[in-house]
Design a protein around this ligand. Sequence first.
Ligand code: SAM
Length: 343
Amino acid sequence: MRARSEDPVSSHQLLDRWGRSAADLRLSVTDRCNLRCSYCLPEDATTWIPRQDLLTPRELGRLTQIALSLGIRKVRLTGGEPLLRPDLAEIIRQINQAFSEANLPADIALTTNAIGLSSQLKSLIEAGLSRINISLDTLNPHRYYALAKRDRFPEVSAALNKLPDSGLSPIKLNSVILDQQSLEEIPDLVRFSLRRGFQWRAIEFMPIGPLGDSAASRPHARDILDRLREYFSLTPIETDPAAPARRWNVAANSDHPAGIIGVIASESAPFCATCDRTRLSADGKVYSCLFSLSFVDLLAPLRQGASNEELAKLWLDAQAAKPAGHTEIAVGRRTYSLSQIGG
Ligand code: SAM
């Protein structure tokens, strides 16, 4: 494999034929997970990316270098569960180095279920981690077990108690609103987050994964907002059009401090028209959209000695074919899960 900085890098932008350019790279670092949330990764999941096909830290650094030359300005590590990669700190270090070689401020975020985070937090921050999103659908240990099929709530709780002193900002707690029970738990999740200085975000269920067909019957953003307004005093925040979440300031009261909450209405108010994302799976496949049925493989050319310019050209072609929106590819939607492509 060629050294990262040997080749010239492209000066093109990752533009699609609808005029959107990508600035946000979602890097999946593994398709494996230590939870088995029934809506994401069922208990009987058995097919994993072979370990030798996972991008190495060095390869991830090189691909980030190329992505930065194509206009990417934010990198989010996801999976599967990224903390399962024993070399996650090294991955972050390599990505951080790519930012610094490109003279760009590093913006490296992690999406995680927080299992094992307590012991890794310091080394991840030292490696260059800037921001973190924790996925947690419930604060009730019994419901946690019922949803995730693993008894790991105490570890998550330990990490959540450590995070406020970590220096990371913002810290977001994301909860998928699955059903009536999720709606009922919203006030507790919001208070819990505000008391720790976290931004809480409700995520509308998307029609992807093993239970994808049930999306239409699950709560929508309007149900979530109704519930929020019953309990909290909300003032809308002017939002960046490319941002997936609509956001509100929550006023303080005797029970909690003021803070920010968001609702991600991917289904009832899709933000495809301003989507600025490109995705790379843990085995080096570019997906221009979470719902894409097609991908462009970078792993084989990367390992066969392709130059940065050749890899950039492949990425540009993949992104050019980005569909206008989810609805365009609604027929024959993927049945596999976010954990496989990177949520
Ligand atoms: N393991 C990491 C985590 O838990 O954050 C990263 C990957 S996980 C696939 C990312 C997020 O996708 C989680 O918050 C999960 O709840 C969410 N997710 C999975 N399937 C979903 C669906 N059908 N609709 C909405 N969110 C989903």
